[in-house]
Unconditional design. Structure first.
Length: 74
């Protein structure tokens, strides 16, 4: 069975069955993961830096307000 066929079959399931299938697939994937994947080593700082830059606008929306301006002076 191909992945496409599996996806089509999964779409025919009820949402409860889809949820159960997804949970079982996650359990299976976690059991197959080597420990190195579970604890990633962030030697490539460009990935971390890029993620931080992408999140800046979201944080700015939350933190740029008059109530939090007092913290800027600390």
């Amino acid at each position: 069975m191909t992945l496409q066929e599996l996806m089509q079959e999964a779409q025919r399931l009820s949402w409860q069955e889809q949820f159960h299938l997804a949970a079982r697939l996650l359990q299976w994937a976690e059991a197959k993961m080597p420990e190195a994947i579970e604890q990633p080593d962030y030697q490539d700082s460009s990935l971390v830096t890029s993620a931080a830059k992408v999140s800046e606008p979201s944080f700015a929306l939350v933190w740029n307000n008059p109530e939090d301006d007092a913290y800027d002076d600390l």
